[in-house]
Ligand binder design. Structure first.
Ligand code: AMP
Ligand code: ZN
Length: 139
């Protein structure tokens, strides 16, 4: 299984540094985030190292997603938030600080103001269509 000796999450997988483990199976690990936004903030990682969504094997992403559904339900039951966001960052520009693919499970409170700060306005349909064409060219 791919591992990076310099990666903090690989060290957690290897048991070299501690975590508040929630769940583990052959492919994934779920543990508490040590800088929680709210009580119950948890992370799910594939045990195999890959930096981001561009490089992860689809089956590792699928395994992490499967574990996230299980853990999100447990977080929801345990801390009774107003909602839960699943969040996942790729690259510094998206706020990624640890270079091992991870899903955040973020319990939300109604007034916590943890919102993406765009102001949704209808886009130009012609431009949206052009961008869609560009994306399809890479699929
Ligand atoms: P991101 O900024 O999306 O890459 O998220 C990385 C997350 O990992 C942050 O929320 C950190 O608080 C969290 N984190 C970093 N080191 C540890 C650690 N040793 N144990 C648990 N969570 C960690
Ligand atoms: Zn790693």
């Amino acid at each position: 299984m791919a591992s990076d000796p310099t990666c903090i999450f690989c060290k957690i997988v290897a048991g070299e540094i501690p975590c508040f483990k929630l769940f583990e199976d052959a492919e994934t690990l779920a543990f508490m985030d040590i800088n929680p936004v709210h009580d119950g903030h948890a992370l799910v990682i594939p045990k195999a190292h890959s930096p981001n969504v561009f490089e992860i094997a689809p089956e590792d992403f699928a395994a992490a997603a499967r574990t996230a559904t299980k853990v999100a339900k447990a977080v929801n039951a345990a801390v009774r938030p107003d909602g839960i966001n699943l969040m996942q960052a790729n690259g510094e520009g998206a706020g990624q600080s640890v270079g091992h693919f991870h899903l955040h499970i973020i319990p939300r409170r109604a007034e916590d103001m943890l919102l993406f700060n765009w102001d949704p306005k209808p886009g130009d349909p012609a431009h949206i269509g052009e961008v869609a064409d560009r994306i399809r060219g890479f699929l």
